[in-house]
Design a protein around this ligand. Structure first.
Ligand code: UD1
Ligand code: CA
Length: 458
């Protein structure tokens, strides 16, 4: 059967105490709903419908441009009512997989198994066995372990409350049957809501098979209602990603202190120290070492490159055998060739540094093209901004800039040129020569240091 996915995301999330709709709360830097959409997408369904309500415009705006259908549930009258809002967009020949926007760790493999279990004349249901299923609907089975119905906790008898198998809410149901059952829902229950879960009893009454699947792992079905649960799921996500890295052969100084908030591709024998955050798409070549307390976003680092402690690297393409930091920062659009050194308190922006170039201490390199083996002295500033516009600087191969020099852009420093320490250069610096642009040193032979006048007596 063809698959359509509906994600229920209209709940308010009052317990978050937030101005932000619950499904937009970030988990690993991405909205909860974004995680669910990505997993849904991986199943390649014919369509994905999101049922939204509270904070609707914000939710839609957050996913603008993505191929999604949106169904408004203006009033939150229950999960059955929510699903009903999406049904007009779904054809009868579809199998409908129901997901929750606040259950972000659900795994593709589990969903694929659940979908495979359902058929044109059978629905499937994802359940979970919990030591404490408080708050969950309970799965009521008969003596032969066939599912009979789901009872919400608020409607359950004490015996039913003792059941430890809970309803995850995730299910796969043929659209043709689902549409009819949703139309028959009534809200005569403890919460006065249209419960999606009531369709299970309807299926049983019509002898439509209800095939349960017990979730293989618990964290994947955990829903988020408050910030404590959000933090717990964040920790679980961190553990999952750390485990993937360890399995891929990466050494982690502490698997509990590395955050992968995006895609991280690693070579062999990579080492990552504590408190490192990866964002966006990051690639680390063989034997790369990342020191503690670094943030690395959208970057690629070549083999044997070392990042020393406390660096921030953003949108950079870094070659092999480079040394970065400690306390270095690259801002967007930086390309470093092989064997480049960027040292302490050096900031590089929108620049290209050639092979073997070095800026070892206290420098700013912005909008510059720097040749091979160039040595940027301590305290060198590329003054790229005149207060209105940015200008480019070109520094030829083997040039050296002395300590505390200012290169006022636009400027061209020729190959092999040397800029004397303390120079402010505003015109082209010729190749192969020493250029000095600072006040001449003088010594005044007759100068005497002033002395304090004796205090006058009154
Ligand atoms: C629901 C299930 C319960 C299950 C539990 C798992 C029903 C009646 N109960 O209970 O069996 O154990 O989830 O977490 O289905 N939503 C809407 N519109 C609504 C109501 C809910 O979009 O009118 C969405 C919420 O945003 C959320 C999901 O549906 O993503 C579940 O809603 P929630 O209120 O948390 O359901 P529970 O009462 O916890
Ligand atoms: Ca819930």
């Amino acid at each position: 059967m063809q698959l359509s996915i509906v994600i229920l995301a209209a709940g308010q999330g009052k317990r978050m105490n937030s101005d932000r709709p619950k499904v937009l709360q970030p988990l690993a830097g991405r909205p909860l709903l974004g995680h669910v959409i990505a997993t849904a997408r991986s199943l390649e369904p014919t369509r994905i419908e999101v049922v939204y309500g509270h904070g609707g415009d914000q939710v839609r705006a957050a996913f603008a441009g993505e191929p999604l259908g949106w169904a408004l549930q203006a009033e939150q009258l229950g999960t059955g009512h929510a699903l009903m809002q999406a049904m007009p967009a779904i054809a009868d020949d579809q199998l409908v997989l129901v997901l929750y926007g606040d259950v972000p760790l659900i795994r593709r493999e589990t969903l694929a198994a659940l979908v495979a279990l359902a058929g044109p004349d059978a629905m499937s249901l994802l359940t979970v066995e919990l030591p404490d299923p408080t708050g969950y609907g309970r799965i009521v089975r008969d003596a032969a372990a066939r599912v009979l119905k789901i009872v919400e906790q608020k409607d359950a008898t004490p015996q039913q409350c003792a059941i430890r198998e809970g309803n995850t809410g995730v299910m796969a149901v043929p659209a043709r049957l689902l549409r009819r059952w949703l139309g028959q829902l009534r809200n005569a229950n403890a919460q006065g809501e249209y419960y999606l879960t009531d369709i299970v009893e309807m299926a049983v009454a019509e002898q439509v098979e209800v095939r349960p699947l017990v979730a293989p792992t618990v964290p994947e079905v955990l829903g988020i209602n408050d910030r404590l649960q959000l933090a717990e799921v964040e920790a679980e996500y961190r553990r999952l990603r750390a485990r993937e890295l360890l399995q891929a052969g990466v050494t982690l100084a502490d698997p509990a202190r590395v955050d992968v908030r995006g895609t991280l591709v690693t070579g062999r024998d990579v080492f990552i120290d504590v408190n490192v955050v990866f964002e966006g798409e990051v690639r680390l070549g063989d034997r790369v070492r990342i020191g503690p307390n670094c943030v690395i976003r959208d970057a690629s680092l070549g083999a044997d490159t070392q990042v020393l402690p406390c660096c921030v690297i953003e949108s950079a393409t870094i070659g092999a055998n480079c040394n970065i930091g400690p306390f270095a920062r690259t801002r967007p659009q930086v390309t470093l060739a092989d064997e480049v050194h960027i040292g302490n308190f050096v900031e590089v922006k929108n620049s290209r540094l050639g092979p073997g170039a070095k800026a070892n201490h206290l420098a700013y390199v912005g909008d510059a093209t720097v040749g091979a083996r160039v040595n940027i002295g301590a305290g060198t500033i590329v003054a790229n901004y005149d207060g209105a516009n940015k200008h480019r600087t070109i520094i030829g191969d083997d040039a050296h800039t002395g300590s505390n020099s200012v290169l006022v852009a636009p400027i061209d420093v020729g190959p092999g040129a040397t800029v004397g320490a303390g120079s402010t250069v505003t015109r082209a610096v010729p190749a192969g020569k020493l250029t000095v642009a600072r006040a001449k040193q003088v010594t005044l032979d007759n100068w005497r240091r002033p002395v304090k006048k004796p205090k006058e007596e009154r």
